[in-house]
Design a protein around this ligand. Structure first.
Ligand SMILES: C[S@@+](CC[C@H](N)C(=O)[O-])C[C@H]1O[C@@H](n2cnc3c(N)ncnc32)[C@H](O)[C@@H]1O
Length: 203
């Protein structure tokens, strides 16, 4: 397998080290043949960032709930989590994973519905709102002061300005140079980066 990257659902193979809720979500994703769960590297980052979110966390693109399970496994008991998925079947499967977790809500619909429940201490963009063609989330409206946004799934950049398919990588630049954020690219694996941004005071 060297040099080949696994898709997120399959990359969660080392079951014994995973939180129970993550195991359940991975199992649900497998059962339904959904390959595009977040990678475990991303999951572990979400778990630790969730611990720093005192009140509320939101995610766009629930899939079958793997990233949401990592978030819920790290969040303090009083923190509310909401995730939105536009595919009805996936939303139903994910809701089932969290049926006994009252503080976790899975909503079926377009990512833009997160605006109805914000602002959030932590916002994870994993399906809509990433400035990659399906809308762009506005940190000034969606984040609390000092709140964090995580944009998943970039290829590690090796040039400045960053390029993607030979063109300047506009989504990446949008987040890294956002006037209301202090943002950085974090390399989580040789083939996987995320961008993390904190909302600046007054931004
Ligand atoms: C990469 S997968 C999400 C993986 C998931 N966060 C996890 O950690 O397992 C992207 C998901 O976003 C959903 N999606 C794409 N566009 C969306 C939109 N506009 N609104 C809501 N969900 C969307 C897709 O249906 C897909 O299930």
């Amino acid at each position: 397998m060297h040099g080949m990257s696994l898709q997120g659902t399959d990359a969660h193979r080392d079951n014994d080290t995973l939180p129970a809720l993550v195991q359940q979500a991975v199992e649900a994703a497998r059962t339904h043949g959904f390959a595009f769960s977040c990678r475990p590297e991303q999951g572990r980052l979400l778990q630790l960032l969730a611990a720093g979110a005192p009140h509320s966390i939101a995610e766009t693109g629930t899939g079958c709930g793997v990233g949401l399970a990592w978030l819920a496994s790290g969040a303090a008991p009083g923190t509310r989590l909401i995730s939105i998925e536009r595919d009805a079947e996936r939303a139903r499967i994910a809701a089932e994973v969290f049926r006994d977790h009252d503080h976790v809500e899975v909503v079926h619909g377009d990512w833009r519905q997160i605006e109805q429940y914000g602002p959030y201490d932590l916002l994870v963009l994993d399906g809509g709102g990433q400035a990659k063609g399906d809308g762009t989330a506005d940190p000034a409206r969606l984040l609390t002061a000092g709140g964090l946004v995580v944009i998943d799934d970039f290829t590690p950049a090796t040039t400045w300005p960053p390029h993607f398919n030979g063109e300047p990588d506009e989504p990446r630049l949008h987040w890294l140079e956002h006037p209301e954020l202090r943002a950085a690219e974090l390399r989580l694996a040789a083939d996987l980066s995320v961008i993390v941004g904190t909302r600046l005071p007054g931004g």
